[in-house]
Write a protein that binds this ligand. Structure first.
Ligand code: MRU
Length: 377
């Protein structure tokens, strides 16, 4: 069974603390929108879909206990206020904004009491969780089909190797994952030779989380530093048949430009240079049709200590001692630091966008996301 970062039953929400991974598995009870805000801001939960799901569900749990007022209008005001606060937790991923819009629209359709408003909210928040899992499984299938041409004997006889960046797996979603979901699906079909994952500096989502998920799932895999990708493509391209770089997305805008974890853009440039396919895996909840191009995306900038310090448990006589934590300096603490958490990959460097509704390819060099959405309802 794959890892579960989010454990929810009506009235209770536990979230795996990703800051303690891979060494400790500790779940925090997240029972209010304030504690969800804190969990998201401190990156105890991260990854575009997971952020939205935790925000939506934490408020659902809070509503079970809260005094939302006596009328439907008062309940709507209460929920709006909490959602507006959650919206401020992290700016770049669009899934949270899309979920908030959906939830606000849902409660406005209720014609009844405050209790009916709360009930409609809770149902929709739970549906967001369930739809995400279905989407991930479909993305896994669609991406694997596109890469190896379906579940065929030929695909199994010619397994491919891929590189992924950041963490897009069960930890970043409701389960299975997006880019890592495609890798998981390839592996399940016997069509994966090897998965390489980057360390993903400075926050190390690759080495702390993706490496952990790959080991957990027994997927043949190798960790590389971000700076090794060019050398990997140059030296292993033929012997390991690296067919694709597969990444997730925090926000895909109307022309297909994609904001994702810092370092994604440089991988896209390298992939193009080496003739390797560049695949973005994104549920439609990560698509933002309101924003025309990537230059309008707000990129989160994070603390300079993420580059100048590192923390983790000590290794004592070869064993990780989880009872200790040390923070060490990795640079002169007076150096100026620039730390954008995301970058934008221009659409011309992207070969396909894999969604749960299907694989979107460019026509005459352009993605037509609006038309695809309209056509598919
Ligand atoms: O800062 P993070 O760890 O939240 O960034 C996560 C990423 O960039 C992921 O690649 C993206 O959210 C897709 S997760 C399915």
């Amino acid at each position: 069974m794959s890892l579960q970062a989010i454990r929810y039953t009506r009235g209770s929400l536990d979230v795996l603390d990703q800051l303690r991974l891979p060494h400790e598995h500790h779940y925090d009870a997240v029972l209010t929108s304030d504690s969800a805000f804190d969990c998201i801001r401190s990156m105890r939960v991260r990854g575009a879909p997971a952020i939205a799901i935790v925000a939506a569900l934490a408020l659902a749990v809070e509503l079970g206990q809260a005094d939302v007022g006596g009328t439907a209008a008062e309940a709507v005001t209460y929920i709006d206020h909490r959602l507006d606060h959650l919206f401020e937790s992290r700016p770049t991923a669009v899934d949270l904004g899309n979920a908030i819009t959906l939830l606000k629209n849902t409660i406005r359709k209720v014609n009844g009491s405050a209790a009916a408003v709360v009930s409609a909210y809770v149902d929709e928040a739970e549906a967001i969780l369930h739809r995400d899992l279905k989407s991930n499984l479909a993305i896994g299938r669609n991406g694997a089909d596109w890469l190896v041409g379906g579940v065929t004997p030929t695909a199994m006889l010619n397994p491919i190797s891929v590189l992924t960046h950041c963490n897009t797996g069960s930890l970043a979603t409701s389960g299975h994952g997006t880019a890592l979901g495609i890798i998981r699906s390839l592996h399940e079909r016997g069509a994966l030779k090897h998965a390489f994952c980057t360390e993903t500096r400075p926050y190390n989502q690759g080495s702390r989380l993706t490496a952990f998920e790959l080991v957990y799932e027994n997927i043949p895999s190798t960790l590389i530093a971000d700076s090794m990708a060019a050398a990997l493509f140059q030296t292993k391209k033929n012997s390991s048949s690296i067919a694709a770089v597969i990444v997730g997305a925090d926000r895909v805008v109307r022309n297909g430009d994609t904001a994702n974890k810092i370092g994604t853009y440089q991988l896209a440039v390298l992939a193009r240079h080496h003739g390797i396919k560049f695949v973005v895996a994104a549920p439609t909840t990560s698509i933002d049709l309101q924003t025309p191009t990537g230059s309008q995306i707000k990129i989160e900038e994070r603390r300079q200590e993420e580059l100048t310090q590192i923390s983790g448990p000590l290794i004592i006589r070869g064993i990780v001692d989880t009872s200790t934590t040390a923070r060490v300096a990795t640079a002169d603490q007076r150096i100026d630091v620039w730390n954008p958490a995301f970058d934008v990959t221009p659409h011309d460097l992207i070969d396909v966008i894999v969604t749960e509704k299907g694989v979107i390819e460019k026509i005459d060099g352009d993605f037509h996301l609006t038309e695809v959405f309209e056509r598919r309802g």
